[in-house]
Design a protein around this ligand. Sequence first.
Ligand SMILES: Cc1cc2nc3c(=O)[nH]c(=O)nc-3n(C[C@H](O)[C@H](O)[C@H](O)COP(=O)(O)OP(=O)(O)OC[C@H]3O[C@@H](n4cnc5c(N)ncnc54)[C@H](O)[C@@H]3O)c2cc1C
Length: 144
Amino acid sequence: MLDLDIQEPAVFGGIGSVSTKNIFEKDGKLFIGEAAGLQDMLWGFGMRYAIVSGYLAAQSIIGNKSFTRLAQRRFGLKLKAGVVNRFVWEMLSRSSYSLTLGIMKREKDPFRSLYSFHNFNLLQKLVYPLALRYVRNHYPKLSV
Ligand SMILES: Cc1cc2nc3c(=O)[nH]c(=O)nc-3n(C[C@H](O)[C@H](O)[C@H](O)COP(=O)(O)OP(=O)(O)OC[C@H]3O[C@@H](n4cnc5c(N)ncnc54)[C@H](O)[C@@H]3O)c2cc1C
């Protein structure tokens, strides 16, 4: 709306920065949030992951620990679970959303299954190779 005098504009953003081959450190620099490819492939959680990875990066500096190791431990399995969840979501139709919510509603502790499906459970481990092939074919620009 305003005629700003932008000097040397540079493209720096994009969409869907999601990865499972995350680069957390390069040339002595730490990468957090979307710059490290941290987003859940189904649910997003981009803000949460950005804040948590920023915290871990700070902890790694304060405690002289490997940020890559801290970040992998925190996000590695969750990101893989996201790949499977995305695959399952796209295999079932959108109408299955209410079905899923219905099943959750009947559960005594819905947080338990939500936690399980966010942390690469056994079922997800079995489906992963198939999900990976699907995601690589359908989202060739993602580094998964
Ligand atoms: C439309 C939309 C809706 C979304 N909804 C949700 C949601 O509901 N919930 C959720 O959790 N997430 C959501 N997200 C995703 C979430 O916003 C991002 O994943 C999150 O903000 C990533 O944080 P970040 O710090 O990694 O990157 P960013 O928030 O992108 O921050 C990077 C910053 O670095 C600056 N920058 C880049 N290059 C340079 C440079 N060379 N020099 C100086 N500064 C630079 C940019 O200007 C920017 O301010 C949404 C995203 C979009 C686009």
